[in-house]
Design a protein around this ligand. Sequence first.
Ligand code: KG4
Ligand code: ZN
Length: 343
Amino acid sequence: MIVLGIESTCDETACALVKDGQEILSNVISSQIDLHRHYGGVVPELACRRHVDVLLPVLDKALKDASLSLSEVDLIAVAHGPGLVGALLLGVQAAKALAFALDKPFIGVNHVEAHLYAAWMSAKQRPPLPALGLVVSGGHSSLLHIDAIGSYRLIGQTADDAIGEAFDKAAKLLNLSYPGGPEIEKLAKEGDSQRFHLKAGKIKGRPYDFSFSGLKTALLYTYQEIMRSQGNCDQQTRRDLAASFQKAAFDSVIDRLKLAVAEFGYQTILFGGGVTNNQTLRQRIRNELPKVQTLWPELGLSLDNAAMIAGLGYERFKIQGQSDPYTLDALTRIPLGEPIQRL
Ligand code: KG4
Ligand code: ZN
């Protein structure tokens, strides 16, 4: 089955063609980073307009790269949430219009679930289930129990900023460009992560939930204090700030992973989302959870992409057995599983 995936939840316009949920025939991503860099974050209205401009050229390129024509597509999968409503609408309307014109089924998938599926489709062998899933991106920080593809229970999520968002805001403070995650990672490589004692938040009675907004404020106050006492913030201090911030954010993630592994006995963890591009995070998790099998998205599948949407669309269509109705909506929020009680 050839599935066309469409992704337009935020600031990437992407189309991909994937065979049987696994074999990527093409994966085209048009990034809007240049458009938003000037503002230090995504401007929703600009994002929507750019999606309108580039969606069809991106689709054409995806078909060309896969040497396929539209008539050879069997199913259209689209990320219908969560995300920016205007941006989502563009993808959803395009999917419906294509499905109607081609008389083919279409299916809406959850963008966060697709981030986890990226690790699943990158795996050489199907990992054993149940497993633990962690999505860390610009919009999400979620810890999930995976019973099966399509069946999840929520273990923890962020109470305020997503981790990638915190990286982006921290980078802005340190005068780094957008998106901030890769810039912080680069700067942190030569920094001393022990110099400043920063910590991410904890929420009373909710050990698996994340909180990153206090960490961002702590970085701001530390920076302001340095400026007040020294009159400037030299390059080595900026490196040390970046390293201390990154350490604190990842300590918080790794603590929760360890806790979940100890409490629920997971043997496998699937990772997804843009922050999993961070090599320091990957290395730390391998070192600090040596007995657990870790599955990561392969190159090109960590950040927003449409291959993961097409892949998950295939699986969901197998479960559902029919097209979604034309009343399918763009949803800014879609819960992924009920909160977990006990296993
Ligand atoms: O998954 P993604 O493309 O978009 C969302 O679904 O939100 O993730 C983008 C986020 C941005 O916040 C970006 O700063 C972060 O992923 N990111 C990183 C790295 N590469 C991207 N964060 C930390 N280290 C990185 N190397
Ligand atoms: Zn994403």
